[in-house]
Write a protein that binds this ligand. Sequence first.
Ligand SMILES: [Zn+2]
Ligand SMILES: [Zn+2]
Length: 408
Amino acid sequence: MRGPGTWGTRGVAVGGAEPGAERLLTETAAHAIELRREIHRHPELGFEEVRTSALIERELDILGIEHRRVATTGVVGIVRGALPGKTAALRADMDALPIAEQSGEACASEVPGKMHACGHDAHTAMLLGAARVLASRRATLAGNVVLLFQPAEEGPGGAEPMIAAGVLDDPKVDAIAMLHVDPRLRTGAVGITPGPVNAAADELHITVHGKGGHGGYPHLAVDAIPATAAIVLALQNIAARETDPLAAIVVTLGTIAGGYRNNVIADVVKLTGTIRTYEPAIRDGVEERVRRIVDGVAAAYACTAEVEVVYGYPPVVNDAPLATAFAAYLTHETGIPVERLAPTMGAEDFAFFAERVPAVVGRLGIRNEALGSIHSGHSPQFRLDEAAIPTGITTLVAFAEAVTSGAL
Ligand SMILES: [Zn+2]
Ligand SMILES: [Zn+2]
């Protein structure tokens, strides 16, 4: 019996076990691993994924899958089944990060200062693998599967321009899924959690104004530094005293900059930070709280302040009935073990798709101590256990076939 880390006990049988299905999937996984290595060697940043788009188009052409360009470097493919049914979408992000790779992988980046440190190389390769399996089953496929290869997830965001280009509209998408590799979970397992799974990430910019002067004559100036120190401490009250302790919130100040030299009173101090929340009601109230605290504390110190909140990616919320049903379906049909993972305070622009269409984010286990596949995403040491790739392909195919056939 094969373990779930390879093809699952019945993983190949999703949607009907035609002869040769297992061989097809074994070959597909091997090819996807080759593609993952090719993409990994040539990482590209957001909206610069020219080589990656060309690779995707080359592979879709080989499979005879229609496709078009959207959002500069994004690619949309459509697998049209022979039978009537619903439309599922599968999304993979394509972009890399400005990190110098120190993973020690044989297929390490050949581009100085750029690295696939978040596993998007594997996401793209797995979606191409799922495309190959689905294309081979067109004759028995009910409905359509839309393949979304999305640029710039790490920023500035490729999901919104793809939606603006109509990728959810024709054919109209009924449900959407994505996988993200996750070193918290062992290779072979998938994590599916109903409800919130990724936080909203909003930027905070604060400027505190005083009046400069001589460090020896503070009474003739208005010092922005003690005012800023009080603001930094007071902002902690938003999480500690003003928010339901059972609701998640983070207010982190990441930078602080001000002043000129040791004996000069600073006239201006700038702070930047990030606000992370899951629930719209909590998210909506934070800006007002930040403004009240910053303005009030600044006034108490005879200073003035400006606050700007730049709203970023919304929270990702898994459709609870769909996620629960798919978790049961996946284990039943493929033998892949499904675990409930805690949500993360990381952000993900798949949120924009999930706001419009019932959605499931699955976490794909890649943890393998023997291979050193233990580091979190965005680490220069990040490594990826490629044995997870067949599990990922099986999961994507299972979602697509479950939605299109009406099983979910
Ligand atoms: Zn990332
Ligand atoms: Zn990522």
